[in-house]
Design a binder for this molecule. Sequence first.
Ligand SMILES: Nc1ncnc2c1ncn2[C@@H]1O[C@H](COP(=O)(O)OP(=O)(O)O)[C@@H](O)[C@H]1O
Ligand SMILES: [Mg+2]
Length: 259
Amino acid sequence: MHDAILTTRNLTRHFGALRAVDDVSLAVRGGAITGLIGPNGAGKSTLFGLIAGEVRPSSGEIVFAGRPIAGMRPDRIFRAGLARTFQIPRPFPQMTVLENLMLAPAAQSGERFWNNWFRPSLVREEERRWRERAMEVLGFTGLAAKAREPAGALSGGQQKLLELARVMMEEPRLILLDEPAAGVNPALLETLIEKIAALNARGIGFLIVEHNMDMMMRICGAILVMAQGRLIFSGSPRDVLREQSVVDAYLGDVTELAL
Ligand SMILES: Nc1ncnc2c1ncn2[C@@H]1O[C@H](COP(=O)(O)OP(=O)(O)O)[C@@H](O)[C@H]1O
Ligand SMILES: [Mg+2]
């Protein structure tokens, strides 16, 4: 696919004898919302880990925005514009919501020891800019009122929004969301969907793992299906519903699916 922002070729990751991700070649279109579905244990989170640089590939290639990124460090991939959220949010619970966001930018010059000694004004200036960015992002996600509360006091759904806020501290071109709707109440889920749509309207692409098929049918332009480590199908949401192999591998288990 020539307008793909992300492609993998023959991507494989073993854990001992298990092929968690098995020879996966896929393409994700830039600026689009793409879904990734499949039963538990299919390898979806491992695939995200491979793409985001947290899990090393056993073999295969990953290309993001024209650059090979397989084996690259996660912070470099993040700065290249590819961000991910986690299935289980991982904030620092005792730190405030704002402080959690201030940690996000790994590239902050305050982290470089010498800058603290020789260029304190630069560090202060950057901190001020990051604080502004953090407040903007909190405003967008509807968490501004929670800025000074410990992140651990947020509800499950608010923690998912904090995850989204965290990855927005940089200007990502593609965001990987791992089960964003899991454990989120219906009202907050609508907010989350609105935020995803608003970011997408600004040109930010998404690759979303989610079991909520209702949500996936609503927002995804294309859907990829994995089972037992393999990519078994890709197509439009309608095609996916009609594909017998997908129904057999996964959709047969998903209850209350309105066909
Ligand atoms: N770090 C790991 N070590 C060993 N096995 C793992 C590891 N991570 C994932 N797996 C295994 O890989 C398979 C795919 O897991 P996962 O990628 O989490 O699937 P999904 O997200 O689709 O539910 C599962 O069988 C899981 O137990
Ligand atoms: Mg998973």
